[in-house]
Ligand binder design. Structure first.
Ligand SMILES: NC(=O)c1ccc[n+]([C@@H]2O[C@H](COP(=O)([O-])OP(=O)(O)OC[C@H]3O[C@@H](n4cnc5c(N)ncnc54)[C@H](OP(=O)(O)O)[C@@H]3O)[C@@H](O)[C@H]2O)c1
Length: 208
């Protein structure tokens, strides 16, 4: 599968390495430009090329967005129609600045991204696991210690696509509902956030 990555830091870079190992083709981007990603794409090798964010959106059947939420309005608003967009972002006001609509719980950060990237099929995933655990704690399917990854979204097919990718890289997806429901169930401050629980325990904890 062709996967575009916007944001090549702790989470985006870790996912790029995992997805390359799983046999996917990658277009990786950041805000400073492709030349600043030379070391990362050299390390990953042939499956990866460095691009701009707009090119990553154009390239990917699936597009990962993994940037500080406060900068989401800089993302390409066009070009993602019909594509699966994986949103790893979290809202941290100290880093991102205050968003009144999030402080008042009128909406969720993933719904803001969904509204910005027109026609995308946004799935919130990988936001609730610390990046070093995402990097190091892959396990084979059926291993009783395999960690569950909460996901949420409004498009069932898009969630199935993301769940398959999660399985391929060594984790179990746990569906926590729509973006509005799930966004609240696995955001910072919830019991499941960075809990590293197995799928059955995650479901129990989140009441899904
Ligand atoms: N760290 C964790 O353990 C963790 C876990 C789960 C979720 N998250 C969430 O996932 C997101 C990414 O976290 P991270 O720790 O991976 O951050 P990070 O290491 O700081 O990396 C952020 C990346 O986003 C890029 N970026 C920033 N603004 C951009 C823009 N407008 N367009 C394109 N790329 C842009 C940066 O590129 P430049 O350097 O070129 O600006 C950098 O590659 C955050 O929302 C975070 O809260 C983090």
């Amino acid at each position: 599968m062709k996967i575009g990555i916007i944001g090549a830091g702790n989470i985006g870079g870790t996912l790029a390495r995992h997805f390359a190992r799983a046999g996917h083709e990658l277009a990786v981007s950041n805000s400073r430009g492709p030349e600043t990603l030379r070391d990362l794409v050299a390390e990953i090798g042939e499956p990866a090329r460095a691009t701009t964010p707009a090119e990553a959106v154009e390239f990917g059947e699936v597009v990962v967005v993994s940037i500080p939420l406060g900068r989401y309005r800089e993302l390409p608003a066009e070009g993602a129609e019909g594509k699966v967009v994986i949103d790893t972002n979290n809202y941290y006001p100290n880093r991102d600045g205050h968003f009144e609509e999030l402080d008042s719980d009128a909406t969720t950060s993933s719904e803001l991204l969904q509204a910005h990237m027109k026609g995308a099929r946004v799935v919130k995933a990988f936001n609730a696991i610390y990046w070093e655990h995402l990097r190091d704690q892959s396990r084979l399917s059926g291993d009783p210690k395999r960690i569950g990854i909460p996901i949420s979204g409004d498009d069932a097919q898009a969630k199935r696509t993301v769940a398959k990718l999660i399985d391929e890289i060594g984790f179990d997806a746990v569906d926590m509902g729509t973006l509005a429901e799930g966004g609240r169930r696995h955001q910072p401050g919830t019991p499941v956030y960075t809990s590293d629980l197995q799928a059955s325990k995650l479901r129990k904890f989140a009441g899904v």
